[in-house]
Design a protein around this ligand. Structure first.
Ligand SMILES: [Fe+2]
Ligand SMILES: [Fe+2]
Length: 379
């Protein structure tokens, strides 16, 4: 086994010479490039609901579609990705771009299509629809919606209250892969040519014969009522998973795989007082707190959350979820890049086994920075 590298004066001179010619010695670079384990560039971070709503409301007052833009969207840029140009590549994690969008009553966001795939999770309101490749998909609070890559889509709002939703796209991944294509529509509105696909899936665990050959996202919208019933069935009759509580994944009814082939989505229910065991995995995830209050400990730092907050869990960071209420469930919607890591056969998970699966809390996150915890204790 080789010992520590000792750099002689002639080696140092050589290193400088090759570097000037855009050559780098692997014997120097290996420890930093060929890491022993992943080191996430995105950091754990939380955007409070109040902050998001304040800025989105102001955007509603001053940003209008007739003024050039085609979506009123704010991207949640991870501080660890901010120095990437342009615009931190829109990265909330290394693969996922999580955004918040506001559509006001009567507004129409014009059609476009792109190579990024998209999912939406409706935070507030009802009455807006996305027209996707000739089909109108109506959206309401709690719904999960898919707009697959490459399809024309536009949004319009027929309701009476502002609508707000979370978008999640694979923008940073597609940008890094140099595979970004974006196309505005030559026409201001698509003709509606297809009936609602949701009518093909009214029977629950049966599928139309036409789905025997799987297709990309055949079901565009997943209402919350069905998801809530699924979680109720689990929680009333089964013990919680020690790490996750109760979780359902949104799946493609034609093949049982992730509903969106690149972006995973979960709805998670933490029963009152639930304290999950910590684990870490190669994939990243972004949580939107649907309801409840609690905290997540990420690598020893406690992130307190409540309804409407957004939380990033980066790759290979230990994390555990806690519901601090003794009476109310907490519901967490989350998106992840598990489908990508599984396709690349890179997914890996490890459990924290010390102290019954609970990390030692060393700090509490605040927007101004992490405040150290004075007394040594356990979360
Ligand atoms: Fe889009
Ligand atoms: Fe996790």
């Amino acid at each position: 086994m080789p010992g520590p590298l000792r750099i002689t004066p002639e080696m140092a001179e050589f290193h400088a010479q090759v570097s000037a010619d855009f050559l780098e010695p692997l014997w120097l670079a290996a420890p930093e490039v060929m890491l022993r384990e992943p080191k996430s560039r995105p950091i754990p971070y939380l955007w409070p609901r109040t902050l998001i709503e304040k800025h989105l409301q102001r955007a509603g007052e001053i940003i209008h579609f007739h003024n050039g833009g085609d979506r009123r969207v704010l991207m949640l840029i991870n501080p660890g990705m901010r120095d990437l140009q342009p615009y931190g590549w829109g990265a909330t994690t290394q693969t996922l771009s999580v955004c918040v969008q506001l559509l006001l009553p009567g507004e129409e966001a014009p059609p476009h299509r792109h190579t990024q795939t998209a999912i939406r999770y409706i935070i507030r309101g009802r009455g807006a629809y996305s027209a996707v490749e000739g089909e109108r998909v109506y959206m309401a609070e709690g719904d999960y919606v898919i707009t697959p890559r490459g399809l024309w889509h536009e949004h319009a709002h027929e309701g009476s209250e502002p609508m707000m939703w979370m978008d999640c796209l694979d923008t940073p991944l597609i940008f890094y892969l140099h595979a970004t294509f974006f196309e505005p529509s030559p026409t201001p509105k698509q003709p509606i040519t297809r009936p609602p696909s949701v009518n093909k899936y009214l029977g629950g665990m049966v599928r139309p014969l036409s789905d025997h050959t799987p297709s990309l996202a055949p079901l565009p919208v997943y209402p919350f009522a069905g998801v809530e019933a699924a979680l109720r069935g689990l929680s009333e009759h089964y013990p919680p998973d020690p790490v996750e509580g109760y979780v359902v994944e949104y799946i493609n009814p034609s093949n049982g795989q992730s509903a969106n082939e690149k972006i995973g989505a979960w709805m998670q229910k933490l029963p009152p007082g639930f304290h999950g065991q910590a684990h870490r995995h190669v994939n990243s995830a972004v949580y939107q707190i649907k309801s409840g209050q609690g905290y997540t400990v990420i690598d020893g730092v406690r992130f307190d959350w409540q309804k409407g907050d957004f939380l990033v869990v980066p790759s290979w960071t230990y994390h555990e979820h806690v519901n601090t209420s003794t009476t109310e469930d907490a519901y967490l919607f989350s998106t992840n890049d598990i489908p990508i890591y599984e396709k690349l056969e890179l997914q890996r998970e490890e459990r924290w086994t010390e102290n019954g699966g609970r990390q030692t809390v060393t700090g509490v996150w605040t927007p101004a920075g992490v405040q150290p915890v004075q007394t040594v204790g356990h979360s």
